[in-house]
Design a protein around this ligand. Structure first.
Ligand code: NAP
Length: 244
């Protein structure tokens, strides 16, 4: 029997940016957190320590979401350490932006493999556990690019649009087991991914006149997993009012 007094979240790509924001916000809400990263071990250790200083347990695990076996192992690791998976945040994502005519096969494939296939592998592994628990909440971090498209991002917006279809199908498939599946679609958020963007210029086109923060996205994720019991299959745009 799993310890139902414990709440456990798995976050992919939790070492930096939006994923880190989600890990810390969930720890504030009383979750123990297992999170993945690929290369930045020092950043992952910092996040682990930050969670521990909030009085929760954390495990940062090097695990590439685009590898189905690694995705399964991440869920297995959460089960071995904590015995449950209550929340999955599919956050890990990359860009390889360029115009289509210049886009190499590997730029297309790497983005699809990480953003879309990675989310599927994690969702498949975590939902098996959640189905047995008869409860769970999954949030997929998509993007406004996946709703409206964006020049130079054919690979990225296709992967993010795919995540929206995945969200809606999974929501219908898992609802009878009391598992919700939703997506959060951020606009422009200040992280390493948007480093080099002209923030001031972009902010002029955003009704709320600023770029978002990782915490802005984490608040939406926390809302969905803590108060969204009757919300499933939805895409919540968190973009300061921006429409591409
Ligand atoms: P980021 O700052 O670049 O951080 C990416 C995180 O994902 C890092 O923790 C990285 O680990 C991890 N990661 C990358 N590839 C991975 C893989 N194959 N397996 C496991 N982890 C992997 O990105 P971000 O801006 O926070 O973006 C997070 C999510 O939000 C992405 O899905 C992105 O598409 C989405 N999003 C971002 C924005 C934005 O404006 N920033 C807007 C819309 C949507 P390492 O530290 O080891 O590299």
């Amino acid at each position: 029997m799993s310890d139902t007094s414990r709440k456990v979240a798995v976050v992919t790509g939790g070492s930096r940016g939006i994923g880190k924001g989600c890990v810390l916000a969930l720890a504030h809400q009383g979750y123990d957190v297992v999170f993945s990263y690929v290369s930045n071990q020092a950043a992952a250790l910092d996040v682990e320590n930050a969670v521990k200083s909030l009085g929760r347990e954390a495990a940062g695990i090097q695990s590439d979401v685009s590898d189905p076996n690694a995705a399964q192992s991440l869920v297995d690791e959460s089960m071995n350490r904590f015995g449950r998976v209550d929340v999955l945040v599919n956050n890990a994502g990359i860009t390889r932006d360029t115009l289509m005519m210049r886009m190499k096969d590997e730029d297309w494939q790497r983005v699809i493999d990480t953003n879309l296939s990675g989310a599927f592998y994690m969702l498949r592994a975590a939902s098996k556990v959640m189905m047995k628990q008869r409860s769970g909440s999954i949030v997929n971090i998509t993007s406004i690019s996946g709703i409206y498209g964006n020049p130079g991002q054919a690979n990225y917006s296709a992967s993010k649009a795919g995540m929206i279809g995945l969200t809606k199908s999974a929501a219908k498939e898992l609802a009878s087991r009391n598992i919700t599946v939703n997506a959060v679609a951020p606009g422009f958020i200040t992280t390493d991914m948007t480093e080099g963007f002209d923030g001031e210029k972009i902010a002029e086109h955003i009704p709320l006149k600023r770029l978002g923060t990782p915490e802005d996205i984490a608040h939406a994720v926390v809302f969905l997993v803590t108060s969204g019991n009757y919300i499933t299959g939805q895409v919540l745009q968190v973009d300061g009012g921006l429409v591409l």
